[in-house]
Design a protein around this ligand. Structure first.
Ligand SMILES: [Zn+2]
Length: 69
């Protein structure tokens, strides 16, 4: 196996889900559930503009919010 250094490894970017209207990160969680395929669905209300939106986390993401380990 080839040895890697941190200077040469690939970078994978993830970002937290934000409001699709104004980009706000803060939200009020209304309801969340685990889907049959292992993913998660959550309903949210933006704390800044009040936009309702749904966040789908794919099964291989490992947690509800990307970036939370
Ligand atoms: Zn918003």
């Amino acid at each position: 196996m080839k040895k890697s250094t941190w200077d040469t490894v690939p970078v994978v970017e993830v970002r937290l889900p934000t409001c699709p209207t104004c980009g706000e990160l803060k939200y009020i969680g209304i309801k969340g559930w685990r889907d049959a395929d292992g993913g998660r669905t959550s309903r949210r209300v933006c704390k800044r503009c009040g936009q309702l939106y749904i966040v789908l986390s794919l099964p291989d993401c490992g947690s509800d919010d990307l970036g939370v380990w």
